[in-house]
Design a protein around this ligand. Structure first.
Ligand code: AMP
Length: 297
């Protein structure tokens, strides 16, 4: 099998597969040994949030496969595909530290050998609001590549971050609608001590912009505080989010919404027994940042 070990001193580190054939062969060997397979799809530039997904996967699956693929079809024409950070050597070390034994790093030509592919996965409705409204076609690209990765790797379990709330909702919906034999697990958002949600895009921020970026988690804390203090009017909670973000000169609000956790449709009241989530997006300097918080009365 053509999987390359990486050397990092004492431990052998994860193996790297670059082709669908090699990743399938490695997974088939593990299956033949009775192992369960966990997949952590990523675009690389790994940070502690990704590492937590890998650690969580290691707790639940015998073989953890991390995929590292900057997926061109989920980027809009003016987005950061070409300058998205690519840090493979340190990513492989992070995968090893998290407990992944196999890292799948396909080229674009391996995933999309025919650049006129005719088949795509669409999850309408839930994909068209919030991030989907700001980034047309984004979730079609995400759903398509995630289904392709599932078909390439064949995992029993797959791990996604709550940080990308709408993404995990789209993927759970796709898995349910298409009867995918994959158990989708969602891992809580990992934050820096000051509250900023970790993101590969945070590295685009200057120190000053990073300070401005803190307004997202601050706004969400205020919103949750109001619900904890008895606020049930979702419109007022939305206003708290908007006021907080609009008061930050370094941030430009994209959206601030309070929606149902499953359908992502706006809700009027925050009630016990109905999951509600606050989602925010803002442009800060060169980066577009997103964050969210569950609101439970
Ligand atoms: P990405 O490489 O940005 O596509 O992210 C790969 C996976 O890591 C996705 O499931 C993300 O939701 C998840 N992720 C990214 N940032 C965080 C974070 N701060 N906490 C938890 N999961 C995260």
């Amino acid at each position: 099998m053509n999987t390359e070990p990486i050397a990092d001193g004492a431990s052998p580190g994860p193996r790297v597969a670059r082709t669908i054939r090699d990743v399938r062969r490695a997974v088939a060997e593990a299956r033949a040994d009775g192992k369960t397979i966990g997949l952590v799809p990523t675009m690389g530039a790994l940070h502690e949030g990704h590492r937590q997904l890998i650690v969580e996967a290691s707790r639940s699956a015998d073989l953890v496969v991390v995929s590292i693929f900057v997926n061109p079809t989920q980027f809009g024409p003016t987005e950061d595909f070409s300058r998205y950070p690519r840090t493979l050597e340190s990513d492989l070390a992070t995968c090893g530290r998290g407990g992944a034994a196999l890292v799948f790093v396909p080229d674009v030509s391996e995933v999309y050998p025919d650049d006129r592919a005719a088949t795509f996965v669409e999850v309408p409705g839930i994909s068209d609001v919030l991030e989907g409204a700001s980034r047309p076609g984004h979730f079609r690209g995400v759903a398509t590549v995630v289904l392709k990765l599932f078909n390439m790797v064949g995992p029993d379990l797959a791990f996604f971050g709550a940080k990308d709330f709408q993404q995990q909702a789209v993927i759970r919906r796709m898995a349910r609608d298409l009867d995918l034999p994959v158990d989708i697990r969602v891992v809580p958002t990992v934050r820096d001590a000051d509250g900023l949600a970790l993101s590969s895009r945070n590295r685009y921020l200057s120190a000053e912009e990073r300070q401005s970026g803190l307004v997202l988690s601050r706004a969400l804390r205020e919103a949750r505080g109001s619900v904890d203090a008895g606020e049930t009017d979702a419109g007022r909670v939305r206003q708290i989010l908007r006021d907080a973000i609009e008061s930050e000169r370094g941030a430009t609000l994209d959206y601030a919404e309070v929606v149902d956790v499953e359908t992502l449709t706006p809700i009027r009241a925050i009630e016990a027994g109905r999951g509600a989530v606050a989602l925010v997006a803002a442009r800060v300097g060169p980066a577009r940042l997103i964050d969210n918080a569950l609101l439970s009365p």
